[in-house]
Design a protein. Sequence first.
Length: 279
Amino acid sequence: MAREALAQGRCLLNSKTLRPIPLVATLALIAVLVWTSGCGSSSEPEDGNRPTTHPGAPGQVEVVGSIPHAGAAWTEGLIVEDGVLWESTGTPTGSGVRTIDPETGDVLWSVSNGDAFFAEGIVRALGRTYVLSYKAGTVFEFDREAAQPFQPLARYEGEGWGLTAVGDALVNSNGSSDLFYRDPDTFTQLSVVPVRFENLPVERLNELEYDGQYLWVNGWLTHFIYRIEEADPSQVVRYELPADFCTEGDPNGIAWDEAEGLFYVTGQACEDILKVRFR
């Protein structure tokens, strides 16, 4: 209010108040008029338009390389393990798990589950490889050497989308604006964390990753990736992937490579896997 009152005071002098006055006073008056010439078009923004530096301010994406995404697969989960990329893929007519060379994009091995279930997120943690299902309500334990590579582990309600691990818990998304912490043996829900950006719920949370400090999650049907501080989920930063990335599909899939200090991002029917750093 004090700033508004000062601006109004500056503008009280106008042409209707001018009278013949001595030269010195005239020069002083000219100086005042120059000082007040900005009245009515102040560079000070309205409160609602003032730039923000709150934790939700957009971050920057640095693309440092790319590799081919073999077959432009329908990516549902992406992780880095033992120096290679692990990818879970899902469609109504066939799903599976495969590994990819992070330097060439070559598929190293692949295991299909046929049309048994629509595979979703994947994580390797606590001595197991977990694979979610989209609508089957089951989390599977994957072992490519077993006679039956996909073994049902536990049941859950609702849909399965993204999956990662934080400490001794699993964390999954289901297409809503919430993240669910779960017991790794029974998949029992332990807690729910709502995710908001600029005071609005972030809907369609999809593929997940955890880098030891932040949870990273794709916003399905967008080019947005959200960084959520695991210790304080109210701290959210949004990043936007390049507009010319995955133009024929939907970005989904983010994997942290601690050894290289970068992330791999790809998506459903994307032709490339990008290597990026988030600033």
